[in-house]
Design a protein around this ligand. Structure first.
Ligand code: BGC
Length: 433
């Protein structure tokens, strides 16, 4: 497992744009080293056509990035295709409610300049990503700042809105102890860097610098679509200025920061998602019912309860459920890379022979995926006897990843995390050749 981490880090450091996977040399590049390791022990698959091998999409659901409509062609690529993610709407609602409840509880101190307006700024991850859209809507809905557009809350960034005149949001209001406060979204911006990477933490750190020098004491709260951006703003400004900052993902650093004034975060149950991501592949490779070790205990006793996931058959999608993490319960969430105990029992190698999986992380620098999701996958791959090659993308270009799916015949199954949710066909085309 260490080798995989090391090779991924090396690839990142050297900025290697790796050649096709086929060559198996000893040059030390990430793909070939992992592959050599693989060929020693794994069954090399391959009677099956690539198009018939198990495929799981994860973290980015094949869908239209403008309308959110699911790409059912990609989700039904073959009979063993699934998506694993989490319930974005349930989580978004939790995040909004968490912020609102914090305001109510801390009403005596929250309005820093005492002007009767509770001002917040919002860091948006990716305007074309359904998780990001849902979180923006969730915060606006709970705080009463959302405006409906085509039957849903508008999720557009607003730029700045110090005077409350922006068209995509409105002033909300909150009443506590008989006193009414205005709630205003002072600014919202998509955190995309100049090279095109979204959910970009460094961009968020810069934005809070600009916002704080323009709005100063008007900023009472920071809301962020994720912890990567939230922590960057916390470290750059809000920790010192004691402005509660709310994120999403329950990364370990963000959970630890709750002790230092970070407002709270949401766990999207990455421990359950990472398990599901590999488990649906394991089940397909074993030729057993997809519910094995999920809703139905496997022979080792691994099973998930209904309180942590839902499966929507018509969407071919597994969704983990979210939990709010605040000052009240953060001690239970300090290690985001700990496997979920009810599904942590090793499968036997006799009945679950080692199989090879190609898996990519769309952006090797994404805080959530690299500090929480991938370490979990690396624990579950051992438990499930899967030998996984981890491919780290640059977060911007799909071809940087698809170029490294040059030899799908060497793998038994695939786990894909797209750069853009619209791009499923660039992967399925390679598997269909
Ligand atoms: C996470 C974000 C992450 C994004 C990457 C989301 O589910 O919450 O933190 O950046 O996935 O696709």
């Amino acid at each position: 497992m260490k080798r995989k981490v090391l090779s991924l880090t090396m690839a990142m450091m050297l900025g290697l744009s790796l050649a096709a996977c086929g060559s198996s040399d000893s040059s030390g590049d990430s793909d070939s080293s992992a592959k050599t390791e693989g060929s020693e022990s794994a069954d090399s698959s391959s009677e099956k056509a690539n198009k018939d091998k198990p495929l799981v999409w994860f973290n980015r659901q094949p869908s239209n990035s403008s309308t959110g409509e699911l790409d059912m062609t990609a989700l039904n690529f073959n009979g063993d295709t699934y998506y694993v993610g989490f319930d974005a709407n349930q989580g978004a609602e939790l995040q909004g409610t968490m912020v609102k409840e914090y305001i109510e509880k801390n009403i005596d101190s929250i309005d820093r300049n005492g002007d009767g307006v509770i001002g917040y700024v919002l860091a948006i991850g990716d305007i074309g990503h359904n998780d990001s859209i849902a979180r923006t809507r969730g915060v606006r809905k709970a705080l009463g700042t959302g405006i409906e557009k085509d039957g849903e809350i508008n999720s557009e960034p607003i730029g700045t809105n110090t005077d409350g005149s922006a068209k995509a949001v409105q002033d909300g209001s909150i009443e506590v102890g008989g006193k009414k406060y205005v709630v205003r979204e002072l600014a919202a911006q998509e955190m995309k860097n100049s090279a095109g990477a979204t959910w970009d933490a460094a961009t968020a750190g810069n934005a809070i610098g600009t916002w704080s020098s323009s709005f100063g004491d008007d900023i009472d709260i920071i809301a962020s679509n994720n912890d990567g951006m939230g922590m960057s703003m916390f470290n750059a400004w809000s920790k010192d200025n004691k402005v509660p900052t709310f994120g999403y993902d329950a990364n370990s650093d963000a959970v630890a920061a709750i002790a230092e004034g970070y407002g709270g975060t949401i766990s999207q149950h990455a421990d359950v998602q990472a398990y599901l991501t590999l488990r649906v592949l394991r089940n397909a490779l074993d030729g057993v019912d997809v519910d094995t070790g999920i809703g139905t205990a496997d022979e080792a006793g691994n099973v998930l309860g209904e309180d942590v996931f839902v499966y929507k058959e018509d969407e071919r999608s597994y969704y983990a459920l979210n939990v709010a993490v605040t000052a009240d319960n953060y001690q239970d969430f300090t290690d985001s890379t700990k496997v979920y105990e009810p599904v942590s029992t090793q499968l036997s190698g006799d009945s679950h022979a080692t199989k090879k999986v190609w898996l990519n992380i769309y952006n090797a620098s994404d805080n959530f995926l690299s500090s929480t999701y991938q370490p979990l996958l690396q624990s579950y791959d051992d438990i499930l006897n899967l030998e996984v090659d981890y491919i780290g993308g640059d977060g911007q270009t799909e071809s940087n990843i698809t170029n490294r799916l040059g030899n799908p015949g060497q793998y038994d199954a695939f786990a894909i995390n797209m750069v853009k949710t619209d791009n499923a066909a660039s992967y399925t085309a390679l598997l269909s050749q």
